[in-house]
Unconditional design. Structure first.
Length: 83
C-alpha cells in the first residue's frame, strides 16, 4: 500500500489529481479505491474521462474538512481611481 498523504502534501496538490493520489489522501489501497469508484461510492465525486479518473482537490479538502486557502484579494483599480 502506498503511504498516505500528509496534510502539507494535500494542501500542495494541483487543482485535480488522479484516483490513486486521491485515494492516498483517504488512506485507501488501490483495489478498494477502484472498487469504490466503479460503484460510485468513493468519498468524493469522481470524474471519468475515457479510462482516466480525475478528482478535484477542492472536493478532497472539503471531505477532509481542511480549510481551502484563498488568494489574498487586492483592491480594484476602479476604487483607487474613484478617490
Amino acid at each position: 500500500m502506498l503511504s498516505p498523504l500528509t496534510l502539507a502534501e494535500i494542501r500542495q496538490l494541483p487543482a485535480a489529481v488522479d484516483l490513486i493520489t486521491a485515494a492516498r489522501a483517504f488512506h485507501l489501497g488501490p483495489s478498494a479505491t477502484y472498487a469504490l469508484a466503479r460503484r460510485g461510492a468513493f468519498p468524493v465525486p469522481v470524474h471519468r474521462y475515457g479510462r482516466a479518473y480525475r478528482i478535484h482537490t477542492v472536493d478532497i479538502l472539503s471531505a477532509l474538512e481542511i480549510p481551502v486557502a484563498t488568494a489574498p484579494t487586492e483592491p480594484s483599480t476602479d476604487a483607487q481611481e474613484a478617490q
